[in-house]
Design a binder for this molecule. Sequence first.
Ligand SMILES: *[C@@H]1O[C@H](CO)[C@@H](O)[C@H](O)[C@H]1NC(C)=O
Ligand SMILES: *[C@@H]1O[C@H](CO)[C@@H](O)[C@H](O)[C@H]1NC(C)=O
Ligand SMILES: [Zn+2]
Length: 524
Amino acid sequence: MRFTAIATAASGVGVALSSSILLSGGTIIAFDEEARALDVIRGGSLLVTDDRIAALYETGKPKDLPADTEIVDCTHKIISPGFVDSHRHGWQTAMRTMASNTTLPDYLMRYVGPAAAAIYTAEDVYIGQLVGLLEALNAGVTTTLDHAHHTWTKGHSQAGLDASIDSGARVYWNHNFAGMGDYGIPDQIADFREWVTTRATADSLTTIAAAYDSWTVAPPEDTRAVVDVIKELKIPVLTTHWMGGVWGLDNSPALLHSLDILNTSTAVVFSHAVALDPIAADLLTATNQFISITPESEMHYGHSHFNSHMVQDQAALGIDTHFTFSTDMLTQARMWLQRVRSRLFDEVITRWKVPSNNPMSANQAFLMATRQGALSLRRPDLGVIKVGAKADLVVFDGRTPGMLGWADPVAAVMLHANVGDIVHVIVDGQFKKRGGKLTFEKYDDVVDRFLASAEKLQRLVGEKPAPVLEGKWFGRDAEYGHADEVDVIRGPGTGYGGLFLDTSDKSRHGPEYASVRGDGKDEL
Ligand SMILES: *[C@@H]1O[C@H](CO)[C@@H](O)[C@H](O)[C@H]1NC(C)=O
Ligand SMILES: *[C@@H]1O[C@H](CO)[C@@H](O)[C@H](O)[C@H]1NC(C)=O
Ligand SMILES: [Zn+2]
């Protein structure tokens, strides 16, 4: 009886319009608010009515289901809350594999900001953002905090917003304010204000939110204006890249607190938090704000995250530049789990002792990828399975070759599952992936449009020579340092090895793609 509750939406006024789905006979990874812990229901069923989890049944066939409930058999399946990605730049999808060995300075010079603005049309932003979010849905990411730094003109900005809405994912579209040529902060604020008042609707799955990175570099009146509009419009979420350390960009909690934007009703998500220290951690706790740890990107670029495991109660996980690495939270959580274990085991081993316990569990990693992301957005109704929570759900096949034999569903998902094991994805009570396939209408047309855009962008990105990183890094007055490169083949070896980027290779995307390439639509 712990979990059982009867759907409220199924009785009374809404009867005729409500729709219900019963996920029947699976293993449910629920959350018990009282125990503040995951709780597994075996052979259970989950009733979705409209956008909510209406009831959880422990065993047996539920009685008194609302009329016309669709029954979905979940025997041998694991039902998980949807994953929450607290840091992503969806618009960049088209540059896939172009930056496999990039460094952060190179990335900032070639794949983002003015360099990207010069080659991206509004259509490129739209289709990259849409395909990037569909890719996330396919991977079980039901909520994304998108740090939208494609806001170079009104057209580019709106394209990203439209794509977020059209994707059908739950998206916090965090419009990045940054002075760009003719499109300055006052114009950006005017357009933002217009979208918040005209585009934000109560039933939309996209929430318009804010991003800002220029705290230390913009004219103070611009920063003031951004803070003021966030407060005036009660924008629910603000995000910023907080680096510090060798990198500069010290957009710290203390700095934001001094500008009166940390301790308000707006949730603030600090991505990376390289310079996290105990004083910053206390401030995050006192103001209930979160950091976003992006394990794969922080390792790829070398940001580091030395202290992030010290604030896991005020931390969520994110993906970041998915065009260069994994797009799923399973991988992020798995990497973070093993990174923390390795970090804390090293402390024992450097004392010349043998570890006698394991410092972090699969349960904690799972919570990081789900509930913590939701809490970073101040959304206790997301990232958990409990009665009354939003019906954002992921169903894993427990009988694939890599899953066979599991006893602990949390360990199965965290340490063995891959995106291919995800059968169904439900957001706000609607199937977004069903039977292993995205339900997005005309997905094939979207793929063709996307590939045309990617072909053009990759050619243009490929034409840009890699910057020579000498002298000083512009983030602060630091010098560049060379990392030792490692080789695999003995003897003279093969050195670093080439990048296999042939953007003219027409065989890459199959025959359908060859037919859409010829029509000239891909030209700038
Ligand atoms: C945040 O605001 C609350 C309520 O106004 C106040 O009690 C608290 O001291 C503030 N915390 C900080 C760290 O400023
Ligand atoms: C990446 O690989 C290319 C091709 O091998 C090489 O020229 C370039 O220096 C590498 N970049 C970095 C940052 O290592
Ligand atoms: Zn980022």
